[in-house]
Design a protein around this ligand. Structure first.
Ligand code: KDG
Length: 340
């Protein structure tokens, strides 16, 4: 090809690119999007919300703006889910556990001891199984963009160190508003009390409940160490968050605007997982320094708890469907086989 022809071809390509950016830019209108979340601004959830907001503004040339509102100021997870389904709020991030009443397949992520590490979490959640469950939300007026990491959950309480399952007998333990969590901790002997996260600190402070279970990050950022003396490392379940858009709002957006939100969501997901894992790796030492009495279940007690908790597996398999349950078990075997 002559150099003149190459120059002409390059000029056409550049013009086409400019035209497409131009069209893209025209397809992006000035928008203000409310993004609600439940933890405080200083938490891992709050930090990732800011990263998401910055990425949306950058990706839209400043036209689309996110107003991130934390500390459940727009409502609890359940209230925000309703607001998104009704079109009264545009976006949120919250626990998959509180979505089970809307999309029963979300119960997969409540399975005790299902996921053992970050590699398994990322492959399952970002792969076909996580996508399949996310897609189910659309039937209910929600669009799931990405999963963030809440993390591995651990037990705290104000009454005693939990060295064996029987130490949980009679402990009033707050759990998320989710039947698997409720049944699991009743099975362990606790007096499980479903409660929204936004009510939890004051319930612990007033001894309305004795304990709760959450990842180290949340125990730290929500200052539970001020009202909880004992922390028992159980890692009993890997808990995801999910970033969602109201489908009523999503369907009004152009393809270019939807791409801005999805691309920004992926940037925030990668940041959030790295940030959460870095914070979690230091959190135990921080919590000890804050005065918490920390113990780990020994191997025999941990396996007793695991054997007891796996009794909910049949309930979860029925809830999510045996095909999805078996597909998940096979995928985990495949991932674990890779590690050998
Ligand atoms: O809004 C806060 C919740 O999304 C989240 O932290 C859920 O782990 C959770 C809990 O215990 O409520």
């Amino acid at each position: 090809m002559t150099s003149l022809r190459r120059t002409f071809t390059a000029a056409c390509a550049a013009a086409a690119l400019c035209a497409s950016f131009g069209a893209l830019a025209q397809d992006i209108k000035p928008r203000l999007i409310r993004f609600g979340y439940g933890l405080n601004e200083q938490s891992n959830q709050g930090r990732a919300a800011k990263v998401f907001a910055d990425a949306v503004e950058k990706g839209s040339g400043g036209k689309m703006k996110i107003r991130a509102v934390g500390a459940a100021a727009l409502g609890s997870d359940v209230q925000m889910q309703q607001a998104l389904m009704g079109g009264a709020q545009e976006m949120m991030v919250g626990s998959t556990a509180t979505l089970v009443g809307i999309t029963k397949e979300m119960a997969l992520w409540d399975t005790p001891f299902l996921i053992s590490n970050a590699k398994e979490a990322d492959i399952l959640l970002d792969g076909p199984i996580g996508e399949k469950i996310k897609a189910k939300l659309q039937e209910k007026g929600l669009v799931g963009l990405v999963y963030w990491e809440n993390g591995f959950r651990n037990l705290t309480n104000s009454k005693r160190a939990v060295a064996k399952m029987e130490d949980l007998d009679g402990v009033k333990l707050r759990v998320m508003q989710n039947n698997i969590y409720l049944d699991s901790f009743k099975m362990l002997g606790a007096n499980a009390v479903p409660m929204a996260f936004s009510e939890l600190f004051s319930a612990l402070e007033t001894n309305t409940v004795d304990g709760q279970e959450n990842p180290f990050n949340t125990i730290l950022s929500s200052k539970f160490y001020e009202v909880q003396k004992y922390l028992t490392v159980t890692n009993h379940v890997y808990s995801p968050w999910i970033v969602m858009v109201s489908k009523k709002y999503w369907d009004q957006l152009s393809k270019a605007e939807q791409k801005v939100l999805m691309d920004a969501a992926k940037v925030s997901r990668d940041f959030e997982r790295k940030d959460t894992r870095e914070e979690a790796s230091k959190a135990l030492a921080d919590l000890k320094a804050k005065g918490m009495q920390i113990n780990e279940l020994n191997v025999s007690e941990a396996s007793r708890m695991r054997n007891k908790l796996t009794r909910v597996y049949a309930q979860i398999g029925t809830s999510v469907g045996m095909d999805l349950w078996i597909e998940t078990q096979n995928e985990l075997m495949r991932i674990r086989g890779q590690g050998k």
